[in-house]
Design a protein around this ligand. Structure first.
Ligand code: HXC
Length: 258
């Protein structure tokens, strides 16, 4: 499919989706979000793809929802149109691992989009923020909930109430991003991480994703039960036999996603 606001490349089991509205710092308009949903669904169902990278430009991952597009919306339009809910769900429902590679601004909906991914690798130029309060609104695709789970109440309140930006170093300290790398090396590092993931059993990477996400969605005992069931269940797979035999035979495993 031909996209206008994103660029999709699939190579070596990795789908890289680049947000591409440079004139608006990759502001998320409905066209971009609908193309992104489509590309994620495609990557999720493409047998060749084993890991997905979502990225923007050096200046901006995404500077938020498109203010020009939404400024004249009425409550009725936002409510009846279920503003961004379908797009949000499409990202959240992607079953294969999604890495956010963030350089420059990740603000408002851009920060929320990065948090919807499975983990964030940040360039040292990255700036995260939830400045919706300056526009007379609040975050709308999970910012108040997800940022609070990442960085705790105090810092989340600070970010949402003052609208200030957090640099990459603070974001790493606070647990929002998994690592910070020099801006020039961002895609190299993200691709290397995706390649590592692509070598594993896809079956297991999808189980890991479901299990870690349980930590945010249920009680500890429910989450532990889910993890234990999945751990037991994986003994029914060929990949468990292969992984453990390979270790004992001192060779690299050849996983077949079975
Ligand atoms: C539409 C945007 C935009 C946005 C930037 N642009 N952010 N257009 N929506 N969110 C456009 C600018 O209008 C400008 O277009 C061009 O991109 C370059 O931006 P500048 O402001 O000139 O760049 P700079 O001075 O470097 O400042 C960068 C910035 C600033 C700090 C990121 O652009 C900014 O504050 N942007 C808004 C950030 C924000 O408030 N995000 C939250 C949005 S609300 P022109 O045509 O003038 O060159 C949100 C809610 C989510 O995300 C809820 C989901 C339902």
């Amino acid at each position: 499919m031909a996209y206008e606001t994103i660029i999709v490349e699939v190579s070596d089991h990795i789908a890289t989706i680049k947000l591409n509205r440079p004139d608006a710092l990759n502001a998320l308009n409905s066209q971009l979000l609908s193309e992104l949903s489509e590309a994620l669904k495609d990557a999720d169902s493409n047998d060749k793809v084993r890991c997905i990278i979502l990225t923007g430009s050096q200046k901006a991952f995404a500077a938020g929802a498109d203010i020009r597009e939404m400024s004249e919306k009425t409550f009725v339009e936002a409510f009846l149109g279920d503003f961004f809910t379908a797009e949000h769900d499409a990202v959240a429902k992607t079953r294969k691992p999604v890495i956010a590679a963030v350089a420059g601004y990740a603000l408002g909906g851009g920060c929320e989009l990065a948090m919807l991914c499975d983990f964030i690798i940040a360039a040292d130029s990255a700036k995260f923020g939830q400045p919706e309060i300056n526009l007379g609104v609040v975050a709308g695709i999970g910012g108040t909930q997800r940022l609070t789970r990442f960085v705790g109440k105090s810092k989340s309140m600070d970010m949402h109430l003052t609208g200030r930006f957090m640099d990459a170093e603070e974001a790493e300290r606070a647990g929002l991003v998994s690592r910070v790398v020099p801006a020039k090396a961002l895609m190299e590092e993200a691709t290397a991480a995706a390649e590592k993931i692509a070598e594993k059993s896809l079956l297991v990477t999808m189980v890991v994703k479901e299990a870690v996400n349980r930590a945010y969605e249920t009680t500890l005992s429910e989450g532990l039960t889910f993890e234990r069931r999945m751990f037991h269940a994986l003994f029914a797979t060929e990949d468990q036999k292969e992984g453990m035999s390979a270790f004992l035979e001192k060779r690299s495993p050849q996983f077949r996603d079975r």
